[in-house]
Design a protein around this ligand. Sequence first.
Ligand code: SF4
Ligand code: ZN
Length: 726
Amino acid sequence: MSRIIATAAIKGAYKEVAEAERMLGEAMESAGATTAVEFPNTGYYLPIIYALSGMKVEKVEDMAKALGLAKDLLPPVPREGHWVPYLGHTLDAGIATLFAGEVIEGCKYVTNPPVDDLWLGAADDVIMRERGVEFVDGTAPGFCALTGLASTAEMADKIVVELLEKNLYVWMSGHINGKTISEQLVERERQLGWDTRIVPYGKEMSSAVYSLGFAARAAMSFGGAQPGDFSKVLRYNKNRIFAFVLALDYVDEQKYAYAAGAINYGFPTIANTKIPEILPTGVCTYEHVVSDVAEEEIVQRCVEVRGLKIQIAQIPIPMAYGPAFEGEVIRKDDMYIQFGGNITPAFEYAKMREMDEVTDGKIEVVGPEIDDVEQGTALPLGIVVEVAGRKMQEDFESILERQIHHLINGAEGIWHMGQRDIVWTRISKKAQSKGFKIKHYGEIIRAKLINDFPSIVDKVQVTIYTNEKDVEEWEATARTAYRYRDEKTAGMSDESVDLFYSCTLCQSFAPTHVCVISPERLGLCGAYNWLDGKAAYEIDPTGPNQPVKKGDVADPEKGIWPAINEFVKDKSGNNITDVQMYSMMEDPMTSCGCFEGIVAFLPMCNGVMIVNREYTGMTPCGMAFSTLANSVGGGNQTPGFIGIGKVYVTSKKFISADGGFQRIVWMPKELKETLKEQLQKRCEEMGDPDFLDKIADEEVGVDEDAILPWLEEKGHPALTMDPMLS
Ligand code: SF4
Ligand code: ZN
């Protein structure tokens, strides 16, 4: 901890206590010891003193007793060059200051109430109940105790608007050389008062006790804290009321002392001037005092340091938004522009960054916008989402990335399919005519990630590339990341874990679909592996990814677990009762529509073919991918066919109940190329290093009659294996 602030806060506390003593002397003299002291219309006396000590200050003489408590709390002033390495003394000095401040304001109410055209003084209990309940129900997450002076009136206004946009109350106290931010706001013709949430408490710094007294009353009124139960009062505030001190311009010893008081509540101070910081966390959620933050960035920083989670009430797009639009399809004739879908390259990539590397809300389109192109155009697309958060982890990237599909689909007039580098999305003519821009993809993603993942996401910036060069470059980076994520589960086996994870994210499209994700079989979209399921469950324990206890195995070869069947039955609304994890011929897993590839049985070859989404040509099963996809998807079990994530092909559990990897007789050249390294590894594990050369592709043929002789010639093992169809 900084020794300077300890000294400054303690010195400030001494000064404030001395000032309280002086004013109390005056009040004794002019009004007398037995004159009543009260803030208007409150049952909480001087509320900070009452909440923290239980003492009811009713008369002037009671204030002397309260001041006695403050004096008892005053720690020794550290000798020059000495300091103590913990916060305790600073905290005590802070409480002493708050008690002194209440005595000062109490004296004012006795002699000359601190209220005029501008300053409002203490809030009564009616206001406290009415507004305090907003802190409880979340209408207002908390307040900003604003002090000092902005560099210009315009900047003062900007800062306050930004605070209001975050639904915070703005409570003002204190001045700089007689000038106040409240007056700057009046100059800008901003209306002040409880109705506008911009409340000028008082010109002197001691009026900060109205903010902290309000918080103390809220803890007693809504938090069930008994007067005198200081730890409950303070804990309630730390956990329930998102407040902080925003100090503009010079912070003197007296202000330090009040800041120290606020730290006791878990309310940190953020300043735009260079003041000693108290960074280690302890009392506050994160840092205690953060300094030298530019005025332009200070509100964002406050929100971040206090750990405040903001909800974005309205998704800022010109179209309606909601789950009702998720199933909407946009046909070619209705579309204005499209991206991906094998026509152009398109991908989505979420990346974790450090807090200071992300500017929240920054959305940029690099390349042509919708207005730059004609109707019917197909553009390349790269959506790069950069996320920062105090609790963000790299493991969460894929989970956030996989949300994009369902987030974009929520917008009226926008359609989205796929994930990673197999995205396909369209903007309708109607959306275009209402002013929907490519940029709005970023707005949707940012707003929804902030809203839906408050525990891990604090800041989001989105860059959308629509020019070929950038898309290609970024796609390569994204692919490296996809690969890295896929390889993380390598080395784990289904036997080595007790839990599998479910995914029901796709039930908005395919209501009976349940992905059961095991270490050796990832979700069919290819975007969720077992570790992703685990991480997603950590983020949202009631979300679409649930752990499923395997329990006893009924058939280890076929991959049958009664507990898994129970789970799938329940989650599919009793539609799917039996699943074999390792078979495509009997009770295969359901398919939604997001699969990266499809495996199909080829009866003549006694084997299977695999086709990936990118391959548009004919295949030996007599259907191109798109036709095949229509008959396999929708949340049904289709024996003989399964939708898969590409890397499942290289898993030891790949249709292992049906003969496994050696059943593969055909796959498109490009897929073979993409997975080459992993496929080769698998061949070697199997003891057939040349196996890859025995798999036919489109050049050999696209119907069974054409490939069969070729397979025979190569001596493909499938031809002599047990019949697949028993
Ligand atoms: Fe989840 Fe499966 Fe849909 Fe992927 S395909 S999002 S794993 S339900
Ligand atoms: Zn799906």
